[in-house]
Design a protein around this ligand. Structure first.
Ligand code: ADP
Length: 461
């Protein structure tokens, strides 16, 4: 039988536990019963001796002796010189006969000069034991407390025969109980394990249920269900991502090939047409370049190879520099960038990556700009932080899309059309950088009114 599975282990531990308890019972009830009884008696005598000593020289001394002797069934004798000052002979059994040879212990104790001593005397005829506690109270006053040790063989025998039945019953019961308990605990775990195995093969249709009344197992089942949902979402995104990347790589490549062939076979003599074709090839190459660049950037940020190079810099200067790059759009295409320069917005961050974030967000605002062709950039000081906002008055984003636009290659427009503006990775790069910085970020948007993308940077200390 294999013992390394949960069911057998629980069963084994349960059985071991019962055997252990039973062994303890046998030891204490049968094997050490006599010794334990004697030990308890001896402790009792010490307690009695202390009590007597405490009441010595008080009015209640004799009453205490009577009470103690009667209640504990011990024999007490107080000897003063040759006189027996007190004896509880009439109140209790267990008193030694004065004529027995055992009585010599009194003499021995008195001669020893000790304060207290315990003796055990065995009756040579009946083999029963008597415990004696001898105490020297003062000058010639001695107290002897006797307690006879009852022979317990017959009691032990009865207990042993009872224990035999108890052992059999308990062992059988624990055997079956262990079997049911182990089955109850292990079967939902085995079920969860089977479901997890199924999921590892890529089947996300399975459901994790524990069917048990054990809280931890129910929690495990719901955690596994959550993990399954996340995994299937990731898997779905991975598939979409792969399909989108291949699509976006393939389209410009097909165009480059087609236009190059056109130049080779048809338009090479016509300068104007040839240049137009070559320009398309250059544009498509540029797109490919952008896409591959973004893909590399994203994978770099997501992997831990690229860590943050933190430095203190002025956010205001950074924004002015980025806006400078878009200046040509103001002059050539009538765009308007509104930004009130505020000095000394010092933060501690990776400036190259922050530049990328702001660049991507302004780029998106330009791509999805409204009829007013205006993009607003602002830095709002909130306590120890700066909130950077980039606003446009464009088409806005549906509320249910707001969470998902940060996924790579997620398009609000589900038909993955060729993207005229970005690569579909811009916001994903933004999110990854801000998450790496641990910054709060988000978007507020209303359909047909526009969007505000924001992130919050703590001030440098
Ligand atoms: P893309 O290259 O498609 O812009 P992004 O990752 O930058 O890729 O953005 C993801 C999607 O979020 C976009 O396809 C677009 O639908 C939406 N989006 C991003 N910025 C804006 C904006 N300022 N206004 C409206 N929609 C936006």
């Amino acid at each position: 039988m294999k013992l390394d599975n949960l069911k057998n282990k629980i069963w084994l531990y349960f059985t071991f536990f019962s055997v252990f308890i039973l062994a303890g019972l046998w030891l204490f009830q049968v094997i050490f019963f006599n010794a334990y009884y004697e030990y308890q008696k001896s402790l009792q005598l010490t307690r009695i001796a202390n009590k007597i000593e405490a009441s010595y020289n008080t009015n209640t001394f004799e009453a205490t002796l009577d009470e103690v002797a009667f209640q504990n069934d011990v024999c007490i004798e107080v000897i003063s010189g040759e006189l027996v000052r007190y004896s509880s002979m009439s109140l209790s059994k267990g008193c030694l006969d004065n004529n027995t040879e055992a009585y010599t212990y009194k003499k021995t104790f008195i001669e020893s000069g000790l304060a207290r001593k315990k003796y055990t005397i065995v009756n040579s005829r009946f083999k029963n034991k008597t415990l004696i506690y001898a105490m020297h109270l003062e000058e010639d006053v001695y107290i002897f407390i006797n307690a006879s040790i009852e022979p317990l063989e017959s009691t032990t025998k009865i207990l042993a025969s009872q224990l035999v039945y108890a052992t059999i019953i308990v062992l059988l019961l624990s055997f079956f109980l262990a079997y049911f308990v182990s089955k109850k605990v292990s079967s939902p775990i085995v079920k969860l394990k089977d479901a997890a195995l199924e999921m590892s093969k890529g089947n996300y249709q399975i459901d994790f249920t524990s069917d048990s009344d054990i809280k931890e197992l129910d929690d495990l089942a719901s955690t596994l269900n959550q993990a399954k949902e996340e995994l299937s979402k990731t898997e779905q995104l991975r598939r979409e991502f792969l399909a989108n990347v291949s699509h976006d790589l393939k389209t410009p490549l097909t165009m480059i090939k087609a236009y190059a062939e056109m130049v080779r076979d048809l338009t090479y003599k016509d300068t104007e047409k040839r240049n137009a074709n070559l320009n398309t090839i250059i544009d498509e190459t540029e797109r490919l370049n952008l896409l591959v660049g973004d893909l590399l950037e994203l994978s770099k940020i997501q992997s831990d190879v690229d860590c943050l190079c933190l430095e203190t810099f002025d956010l205001n200067t950074l924004i002015l520099n980025i806006l400078d790059k878009f200046k040509y759009l103001e002059e050539t295409k009538g765009y308007q960038f509104l930004y009130e320069s505020k000095e000394n917005r010092i933060v501690l961050a990776d400036s190259r990556k922050m530049e990328q974030v702001i660049y991507n967000l302004i780029g998106n605002a330009i791509n999805y700009v409204g009829k007013d062709k205006t993009v607003l950039v602002s830095i709002i000081e909130i306590e120890d932080t700066y909130k950077v906002c980039i606003t446009d008055h464009g088409k806005g984003i549906d509320e249910e899309e707001l969470d998902r636009i940060w996924d790579k290659y997620y398009k609000v427009d589900k038909t993955h059309q060729r993207n005229t503006y970005g690569t579909g990775l811009g916001l994903s790069i933004v999110k990854n950088i801000l998450v790496k910085h641990n910054y709060v970020y988000g978007v507020q948007s209303k359909k047909k009114e526009g969007s505000t993308f924001y992130f919050i940077v703590p001030k440098a200390k």
